[in-house]
Design a protein around this ligand. Structure first.
Ligand SMILES: [Zn+2]
Length: 223
């Protein structure tokens, strides 16, 4: 609903102890149901769940191994974020959304291939470093979060801010806010309770759109 879908490509995972839970391959983001979830250990071996694993599961496992603070990962190919990765541009502090990325974005430009081997996954995790998100040139983005609501919010916000930047750039020269202003905005805007409100709103929105099966998303508030 927010521009992250790309046929059946793109995926989201959440850490669950020594494992991660991730959707199976072959279905779109909006088609995921409880029985389409795979449990995979952090070396990439399936522990439970039916159906094909995404080739790029190694992206997620490598990030979980490298970043103990990360408990949820999104890898998608949204239009604006992917277009942004195709040019020599910087995310500018042009509105409240942008402030979430005040520390800057990471860039991965070793290859534009699918990330299918543990070594490639580790190279993306190394490029990510301690940032929230890494732009994978010629490919898409990988976004991290400390919780599932945070990673969803961060992924949606990255796409939104780059869309706003693209529109703003077409209107005239960008007028970014100062670093001091960005850090003042951050304190007020990015609190856990607000992210909880946004998460609950997104769940209601999905239900209103009729995109959750009967009884679906019953556990969505548990994170
Ligand atoms: Zn990909």
């Amino acid at each position: 609903m927010e521009g992250h879908g790309d046929y059946t490509l793109g995926h989201i995972s959440v850490r669950d102890g020594d494992h991660m839970i991730m959707k199976r391959n072959g279905i779109g983001l909006e088609e995921v149901t409880d029985d389409a979830l795979l449990t995979i250990d952090l070396q990439g071996k399936r522990v439970s769940g039916e159906g094909p694993m995404h080739l790029e599961a190694v992206l997620h496992t490598a990030v979980y191994r490298a970043r103990p603070d990360v408990n949820a990962v999104v890898h998608t190919h949204p239009l604006y974020s992917t277009a942004f990765g195709a040019v020599d541009a910087k995310l500018e502090m042009i509105n409240h959304d942008a402030v979430l990325f005040a520390e800057g974005l990471a860039y991965f430009d070793e290859t534009s291939e699918l990330i299918m081997t543990p070594a490639q996954g580790e190279a993306v995790a190394a490029a990510l470093g301690n940032k929230r998100a890494v732009v994978m040139r010629g490919h898409g983005v990988l976004v991290t979060g400390k919780t599932l609501p945070w990673v969803v919010y961060t992924a949606l916000t990255l796409e939104r801010v780059l869309q706003i930047q693209a529109i703003a750039k077409s209107l005239g020269e960008l007028r970014p806010m100062s670093d001091e202003m960005a850090s003042a905005v951050y304190q007020d805007k990015y609190r856990d309770e607000f992210i909880g409100n946004y998460w609950n709103y997104l769940i209601r929105q999905v239900r209103r759109a009729g995109m959750a099966p009967d009884g679906g998303m019953a556990h969505a508030g548990a994170y």
